[in-house]
Design a protein around this ligand. Structure first.
Ligand code: AMP
Ligand code: MG
Length: 429
């Protein structure tokens, strides 16, 4: 058998998980860069962050009121209020000057340091204050016994000195941004964003600005993938359209490896006469990782380790390219960015349609989620054919249907992989 026929027809099928693990085993850990905190949202930390001070670092009042000794107000009641001499006013941002001794209190604001001697802060609402004009002094009367420690956050009450705050690989969201700011990280060390070169292959393809011509279509895949790369946290680099010419494709990809961390192609991985990536893989100095995945769409999705970089060759059909990106390229980009859990996250939802088509391979159907009576339901985003492009904009998840012939009834619980940030109309993701 000629090797060409072998690559086209004698392919060894791997599962989606096997294919992903193969890719992971070749994923390069990218170098790091220092980034201003304000530009770091959505990116991942390259280093662990430890607390170099406790929080709070002083005994902090949680309310507006009076810092007193619990001993002094032990017998306070509405009938027999306890009168204390107010010795100081402590606004937030200042440091108390006086110790609270027996019979005294200090007026204190939320967030201010509790003075020595005081072991409780009584809320303003539970007190009456008054001035003694003759003595030029002010007094507070307290009508309730409040237990020791009330309304005071002790030193390290929230975070201990040396605590691990954020592990490497953590994505910086609102809570992480708050922590980093609180600990003085004006700049942080992040993994560099991978540069992802995107090639479209196919002699039928026109540039987006070209007029339609008989028998030809505009290259839509590259723009779809660029949006997906950006949403995944990478830097998309749009490369020229390549015609179905193996030597042109080979040299263009080899050249791109000089600049890109990952190369994506669409088209030419199937068993047609002009499937150019197959011809490239016949004669190249790289290592073919897989060229057939147990999935639909995108069964001929292929990948290679070539010149110490990864090439992911997706199907040309827009639906298949979209799904292939979400299943393989996105986790890869997440891994390069330092994620420790890069896999698509599975949730479950009720199927909102009967689905009767059987399949020899698991299906990953572009789906639309909807909330009905407080539960998550899902339905195919449109006609479920890999050549269909119009429904991609309505997809906010992939519906996973295992291989087999029995079909699925409306109301079945199915596995769904959300695709956040891509569908502007999504109710949920
Ligand atoms: P292929 O995988 O090369 O056989 O392509 C499968 C189908 O996808 C064909 O109908 C192609 O015309 C179409 N296709 C391939 N590449 C693109 C692209 N970049 N944009 C839009 N459609 C494409
Ligand atoms: Mg083609």
């Amino acid at each position: 058998m000629k090797s060409e026929t072998k690559l086209k027809f004698g392919r060894k099928v791997v599962s989606v998980e096997e294919a992903r693990n193969l890719l992971y085993s070749y994923a390069e850990q990218l170098d790091t860069e220092a980034v201003p905190l304000f530009s770091a949202f959505g990116r991942r930390l390259a280093v662990p962050i430890y607390a170099d001070h406790p929080v709070p670092h002083f005994r902090r009042s949680g309310v507006d009121g009076y810092a007193v000794r619990s001993e002094d107000i032990k017998h306070a009641s509405a009938d027999q209020p306890i009168r204390l001499n107010v010795i100081e006013m402590i606004p937030s941002g200042t440091v108390p000057q006086h110790t609270v001794y027996a019979g005294t209190a200090s007026r204190i604001m939320t967030g201010a340091p509790v003075p020595d001697g005081a072991d409780v802060v009584v809320m303003l609402e539970m007190t009456d204050s008054f001035q003694d004009k003759e003595l030029y002094s002010s007094w507070v009367s307290i009508k309730k016994n409040i237990p020791e420690g009330s309304n005071i956050t002790p030193i390290a009450g929230e975070i201990g000195l040396g605590d691990l705050l954020l592990a490497p690989g953590t994505r910086i969201g609102a809570g992480e941004a708050a922590l980093l700011a609180a600990f003085g990280y004006a700049e942080i060390s992040l993994y560099r964003k991978p540069k992802v070169a995107i090639f479209a292959t196919g002699s039928e393809l026109l540039q987006v600005e070209e007029r339609l011509q008989p028998g030809r279509i505009r290259n839509s895949n590259s723009y779809m993938l660029a949006a997906q790369v950006e949403a995944a946290g990478g830097i998309p680099v749009l490369m020229p359209i390549l015609s179905d010419d193996a030597s042109q494709v080979r040299s263009a990809i080899e050249e791109a490896f000089h600049h890109a961390d990952l190369v994506l192609t669409t088209g030419g991985v199937s068993v047609g006469d002009y499937d150019v990536l197959v011809d490239v893989f016949e004669q190249f100095n790289g290592h073919l990782l897989f060229n057939k995945v147990a999935m639909r769409p995108g069964t001929p999705t292929s990948a290679a380790w070539w010149r110490n970089k990864l090439l992911l060759a997706l199907s040309g059909n827009p639906g298949a390219a979209f799904v292939g990106f979400e299943l393989f390229a996105k986790p890869l980009i997440q891994k390069m960015l330092g994620s420790l859990t890069p896999e698509p996250k599975a949730i479950s939802a009720y199927l909102d349609v009967d689905y009767n088509k059987s399949s020899a391979y698991p299906r990953y159907i572009r789906g639309t989620t909807l909330v009905q009576n407080g539960s998550l339901w899902v339905k195919p985003a449109g006609i479920d054919k890999s050549s269909i492009m119009i429904s991609i904009k309505d997809a906010d998840c992939l519906i996973y249907l295992p291989a087999g012939g029995q079909g699925f009834e409306r109301g079945s619980l199915v596995i769904v992989y959300p695709i956040p940030n891509l569908r502007s109309q999504s109710q949920i993701f």
